[in-house]
Design a protein. Structure first.
Length: 400
């Protein structure tokens, strides 16, 4: 049978991260590959109570179809949480989504015609690139440094290419673990205002902070007029990814259009998860839980950092993450990390090579390491294995 797939499937590729995960989930491999929280840190008892309460409320509403925009009490809780981040929006400006991933997809679905342009960092979040590519969008990278996008390159590309959107992960980014400076955030917003471009701020990691809560200002919080920024976040990293609860806030017209697209996609996000999430926020100290996550993950980050520091290799470089889940490591320029991966997996440790995260001009000597999934003892063992792989190949891969 010849299946007549649409032309756009040409642009769809399976994610390298997911393909690797399939392999490393089996066997004894210590994986630093996925962006996974630690299962032992899920608030299981509180979730059991929250779901129990949802199922025993007496009206069985938690098992019923719900509004596309989301369960109203959850939208209210989310609007309140957003206010604490300085994003002053009412619950009418909140759309509950099935994870942030769906927020990206719905946005792309209502915004882009084939050939439209989106500007991104380079590297950037792989699965956002997959979304953009599936809508036949032209993704153009902007030069960046440790503080964010290079403003000259950004403004030049905004003027010349007239993009519909600038997509950014400015807070503890995936994959670079990077934090944009406040100045760059303000400048990006000013450029967006000047040239009437939408900013899509993807912020799944913002609550995983190692320097205390409130150490950054979302770009959406600077957008007083609520005209230019769509902001998405999720409970995947702070509660549990299986809930599939994310949200997006932004200009009402855009939220309404995305809600229409969502009707056609899945009618609404899982009602039971949404009701349980409201119960969890009411009956459980979510912020205390997030604080203990930050504490545990910071400790793991520091364990990994010590072991990274022990690799005496000229040209190895990284920036210590101030939050989030990842180290982004630059190896000496003659090392191809994709070629290193099979040897690492054989030695029982996995990472993600950096190349798939790039839009173009991939730096093939980069790799991403997750430090939140494995416990500190496993991080030590995994890093010992990784260091051994690097040392073993030193002669051939790292000629002196
Ligand atoms: N954006 C970024 C930058 C991410 O890293 C992720 C998860 N890996 C998501 C969005 C999607 O998260 P979820 O759909 O689980 O909310």
């Amino acid at each position: 049978m010849k299946y007549g797939f649409a032309q756009r499937v040409r642009y769809m590729q399976s994610s390298a991260v997911r393909d690797i995960l399939k392999v490393v989930n089996k066997g004894e491999v210590i994986s630093f590959a996925g962006g996974l929280p630690d299962e032992d840190m899920f608030p299981v008892e509180a979730m059991r109570n929250a779901f129990h309460k949802a199922l025993t409320a007496g009206d069985n509403k938690a098992l019923q179809y719900g509004e596309t925009e989301g369960h109203r009490p959850l939208r209210e809780c989310l609007a309140n949480r957003m206010k604490l981040k300085g994003i002053q929006r009412s619950s009418d400006h909140v759309l509950v989504t099935s994870g942030s991933q769906q927020a990206i997809d719905l946005f792309a679905r209502v915004m882009f015609n084939p050939g439209d342009i989106v500007l991104t960092e380079n590297p950037t979040y792989l699965a956002a690139l997959q979304v953009f590519e599936s809508y036949e969008v032209r993704v153009v990278p902007v030069v960046s440094d440790d503080d964010g996008m290079d403003l000259e390159d950004l403004e030049d590309k905004v003027k010349r290419l007239k993009p519909k959107c600038v997509y950014v992960v400015p807070t503890f980014s995936n994959p670079e673990g990077k934090m944009w400076s406040l100045e760059r955030r303000k400048s990006l917003l000013n450029i967006a205002k000047k040239h009437q471009v939408v900013i899509f701020e993807d912020d799944p990691y913002g609550d995983i902070q190692f320097e205390g809560q409130g150490s950054y200002t979302p770009i959406a919080a600077l957008d007083d007029e609520n005209k230019y920024v769509l902001y998405t976040s999720t409970f995947s990293k702070t509660v549990a990814p299986a809930l599939r609860i994310g949200w997006i806030v932004g200009p009402f017209q855009m939220i309404r259009m995305m809600a229409q697209a969502k009707q056609a996609t899945d009618l609404h996000t899982n009602t039971l998860s949404q009701v349980a999430m409201v119960n969890l926020m009411n009956d459980f100290d979510l912020d205390g839980h997030i604080e203990s996550l930050c504490h545990a993950y910071k400790e793991r980050m520091l364990v990994m950092k010590d072991l990274l520091d022990s690799i005496q290799l000229e040209g190895l470089d990284y920036v210590e993450p101030r939050g989030g889940m990842f180290f982004w490591v630059r190896m000496p320029s003659h090392v191809n990390t994709a070629a290193l991966l099979p040897q690492a997996v054989e030695k029982g440790v996995a990472f993600v090579p950096g190349s798939p995260f790039y839009v173009s001009n991939a730096n093939e000597s980069t790799l991403r390491l997750n430090f939140t999934h494995a416990k500190p003892e496993l991080i030590e063992e995994g890093m010992r294995r990784l260091v051994a792989v690097i040392n073993e190949t030193r002669e051939t891969v790292f000629p002196s």
